[in-house]
Design a protein around this ligand. Structure first.
Ligand code: ADP
Ligand code: ADP
Ligand code: ZN
Ligand code: ZN
Length: 830
């Protein structure tokens, strides 16, 4: 056998996944490879659909011939050949939300090092006499410790006994740190009612009505408004003793009064008792309205059992160590070895080094502000994604292909260098990293760039340029080239500092929340405001947890969130968050139905002579419920195949080929403006831009389609299912449905709207914001993208750092003013 030369590239030949145009491309192995292109151009199709799909398939194939046979049948990517692709791992843009038992410390495995440290290197307490027992190598050797005071020998808790996911869990809350308690404020929501009128809700909904009578026997007046009861009476209602009382029970029909002995259940106990007896979700719902989740009293939210909280290192117990932010924990861990007896220092140093090397990655990725015990479910998408990335690097594999989907999400420009260094480390270990991103600060660091395009969907799917950053920057067809070498531009007129508030203010004052300090914020109305700052600085807290709920409460005349001190936003009637979460969970929602175009199309088709002759009314043209829907797939356009042992596979419906309509629908034509005849299934298969020409004369449809076009969505197909749209597409489609109601009483909030957007698309988005602002709307965006920040009218920069080091407003003003402000981290990059 002749020796094979080591391949230096993954060779992709004839790739046709999604919109890819039968492309050939070589991806250098052992390099950092960036993939650029406008959204919908085919970046993910290449990175995930070809490279990752083939890499993971080969990897699984290697596992067993059995799996191999199954998988080759099921999911072969549409590509002629992919040579030399290594086993692949993909880090998705939106990692799943972790469960209740997951914390920043467990997700990063930092807790493992901490537990080892506390099991081996801690001071212990003698269970016999309570005296302090010095750290000793005995623990690591599996030997008992000996109490110097009483001579008692005992074994220290092992690492498992320190885990809240295992035997170290607090028995009261099961290691979740949370318990449900009765929320007394919810028991009597309307104090103007009397008890007889049902003031005490749980007695009505969870108990027999007779409890009112028993309460009367307990000495509570039941016929006066609750707010007139004495403190003693109230105490009986809420906490009175379980005494047996004799009452005369009169049934509803008034006949046959019966004497009964009845035990008094106070309002709180009524709920507790019902909770203990809950059997199903429905029952829990009835009780849940009277409960409040709060930190567990036994472990004070630390999740740990009392035993697990006993050992101490450097005078700190495990719960206190976990409560530190990563930055604080690093400082503390550094000092641990020196705090121990000399013979223990080498072991402690080993454990601490393992902690510190994992921690360094997380700090590089800008996560030092997170506390180790922070619940995983409260982390943002970007934070979760970076945790996932740090974990991958920690595993130190080699020869693997990593595919990263927009890892710069949520990352302040100040942390981009850290991200690049993490990717560099993966490459240095002998891996290949393919990164799909729009951030030119990431792209310009790549060893090799592939640019897809030129546009989205059918007009994309080609390789526009490939080569080093310099080569792509010089490629005549490249559309990213202008952004690779020049810094972003100001595209909107600059509004002078003294004119910013000409349309008025929105002012809000808040108390402290999380790590965010009490603030007074002033937002100019009718302008584009960017809220900036490193991750953890408080942007989300200020905008999503405070501003939006406060504006909504004011508009609805409801109670302010408790941390809002006051708000001055007269005349604001609507506050909308336009986020990037997927639209609709089911395939029945399409671009046409969501954009409210489909109804009018149905009516237009019902007006045609052919439809009238056949007797089809508008309803018949609904693919969800109409008689013309495809009977095979029931109008979903897809059917699922039950492949034994594997998850179901969805395939395009063979009967209607995905059109969702029965054959009969193809006999009903409507004449377009240019005289051509189109069926509804044909129209639904068109892009928005094509449909604009084909529906001339349908006024409402035209307006809506034009809006979609203006928002840069002209390439979407009318029949495309909305759940499959990218985050950015979903966000713009949601905005489209708001566009009809834009005026000066509206506030629109966007959370990182540039996610998934090419610099060219960011320009389109800026145009959209311009449109909103010119109609008088107030636009607030949380952003890291420098193009966007530079083009805002007003910038509120939070920080200066994350967590406790942040939570203030560093400065606010025009982008130029922020750029000139010395203390602003964001300003340095503007
Ligand atoms: P990018 O990553 O550059 O935004 P994609 O590779 O996601 O682009 O999409 C390229 C084209 O393929 C788009 O027209 C998109 O609508 C289409 N596409 C993406 N995913 C699917 C899918 N699962 N089924 C059919 N078409 C898809
Ligand atoms: P940003 O949006 O700027 O990244 P956030 O407003 O999300 O910042 O976070 C500000 C601070 O509040 C951070 O220290 C963060 O860890 C903390 N924080 C945010 N949400 C929660 C929560 N649900 N529980 C505890 N702390 C939180
Ligand atoms: Zn507990
Ligand atoms: Zn069908």
């Amino acid at each position: 056998m002749s020796e094979q030369p080591t391949p230096d590239a993954i060779e992709v030949r004839g790739a046709r996944v999604h919109n890819l145009k039968d492309i050939d491309i070589d991806i250098p192995l052992g390099k950092l490879v960036g993939i650029a292109g406008v959204s919908g151009s085919g970046k993910s199709s290449l990175a995930l659909g070809v490279l990752y799909a083939e890499g993971s398939r080969r990897y699984l194939e290697a596992l067993s011939t059995y799996t191999r046979r199954r998988l080759t049948q099921a999911e072969h990517a549409q590509v002629d050949e992919v040579l030399h692709v290594p086993a692949a791992l993909a880090l998705h843009q939106r990692p799943s939300v972790p469960g209740v038992r997951s914390t920043f410390g467990t997700m990063t495995e930092l807790n493992n090092s901490l537990r080892l440290l506390f099991s081996r290197c801690a001071h212990h307490v003698c269970p016999h006499c309570g005296a302090r027992v010095e750290p000793s190598l005995n623990v690591a050797a599996g030997l008992p410790l000996r109490c110097p005071t009483c001579g008692h020998e005992f074994y220290a808790p092992g690492a498992e006994d320190l885990a809240f996911n295992s035997s170290g869990a607090c028995p009261t809350c099961g290691g979740t740190g949370i318990t449900r308690e009765v929320d007394e404020a919810s028991l009597v929501p309307d104090e103007t009612k009397t008890i007889d009128e049902g003031a005490v809700l749980p007695w009505g909904s969870l108990m027999w009505d007779l409890m009112k009578q028993v309460a009367g026997e307990m000495g509570v007046r039941t016929d006066v408004p609750f707010n007139q009861l004495t403190p003693a009476e109230r105490d009986i209602v809420f906490h009175g003793p379980a005494e047996k009382k004799h009452i005369l029970y009169v049934p509803k029909n008034g006949q046959g009064a019966t004497p009964l002995d009845f035990t008094y259940y106070n309002a709180v106990y009524t709920v507790e008792n019902a909770l203990a007896k809950v059997k199903d979700d429905k029952g829990l719902k009835r009780v849940a309205r009277f409960l409040r989740e709060g930190p567990c009293r036994d472990c004070v939210g630390t999740r740990l059992s009392a035993v697990a909280r006993r050992p101490q290192v450097r005078g700190v117990d495990l719960a206190q160590a976990a409560a530190m932010t990563l930055g604080e924990a690093i400082e503390w861990v550094r000092g641990v070895p020196a705090s121990l007896p000399a013979e223990m220092q080498p072991m402690a140093t080993d454990i601490c080094d393992s902690f510190l090397s994992t921690a360094r990655r997380l700090v590089d990725l800008g996560l030092d502000y997170l506390a180790l015990d922070r619940a995983g479910s409260t982390l943002s998408t970007g934070e979760r994604q970076r945790v996932q990335l740090a974990r991958v690097v920690r595993n130190r594999s080699t020869g693997v292909l990593y595919v990263l989907d927009e890892p710069s999400i949520g990352l302040h420009p100040a942390n981009v260098d850290g991200l690049v260094s993490v990717m560099r480390d993966l490459v240095a270990d002998g891996n290949t990293v393919v990164v799909v991103d729009h951030d030119t600060r990431v792209l310009t660091q790549a060893d090799y760039l592939v640019e897809m395009g030129p546009a989205a969907g059918a007009v994309g799917g080609n390789v526009l340029a490939a080569g080093t950053v310099d080569e792509v920057a010089a490629a005549p067809k490249s559309r990213i080239a202008p952004f690779l070498r020049t810094s972003p531009r100001r595209l909107r007129p600059i509004i002078a500092e003294d004119k910013l508030f000409d349309h008025g203010h929105i002012r809000i004052a808040t108390g402290a929340v999380h790590t965010v300090k009490p603030l007074e914020v002033d937002i100019p109305r009718g302008r584009l405001t960017a809220v900036t700052g490193v991750s953890g600085s408080g942007k989300t807290t200020l905008v999503l947890e405070t501003l939006i709920p406060a504006l909504k409460a004011q508009a609805a005349g409801e109670r302010m969130p408790s941390h809002v001190r006051w708000i001055d936003a007269e005349g604001i009637a609507r506050a909308n968050l336009i986020d990037a979460t997927p639209i609709g969970a089911n395939v029945r929602s399409t671009v046409a139905t969501y954009a409210d175009i489909h109804d009018e199309l149905r009516r237009a088709y019902a007006r045609t002579p052919e439809a009238k002759e056949a007797g089809y009314k508008a309803g018949a043209f609904s693919y969800n419920t109409g008689t013309l829907r495809c009977p095979t797939c029931d109008g979903t356009g897809a059917i699922s195949l039950d492949v034994q042992f594997l998850p179901d596979v969805e395939i395009v419906c063979p009967a209607c080929r995905g059109s969702r309509y029965a054959e009969a629908a193809s006999h009903i034509h409507r004449e377009s403006a240019d005289g051509s005849l189109l069926t509804l299934p044909q129209l639904m298969d068109m892009s928005v831009d094509e449909a604009l020409d084909a529906t001339l004369g349908l006024k409402k449809v035209q307006t809506r389609l034009q809006t979609l076009h203006d928002l840069g969505l002209g390439y979407l197909t009318l029949g495309e299912p909305t759940p499959a749209l990218s985050g950015g597409e979903a966000q713009r489609l949601k905005l489209a449905s708001e566009m009809g109601r834009v005026q000066d009483d509206a506030v629109f909030v966007f959370d990182e709207p540039t996610i998934g957007l090419h610099p060219l698309d960011v320009e389109v988005l800026l145009g959209v914001f311009d449109g909103l602002v010119s109609k008088g709307a107030t636009v607030v965006v949380i952003e890291h993208d420098l193009d966007l920040i530079r083009n805002a009218d007003y910038v509120i920069d939070m920080g200066p750092g994350g967590g406790d080091a942040g939570g203030r407003i560093v400065c606010a003003g025009t982008p130029a003013a922020v750029a000139a402000f010395p203390k602003s981290v964001t300003g340095r990059y503007l």
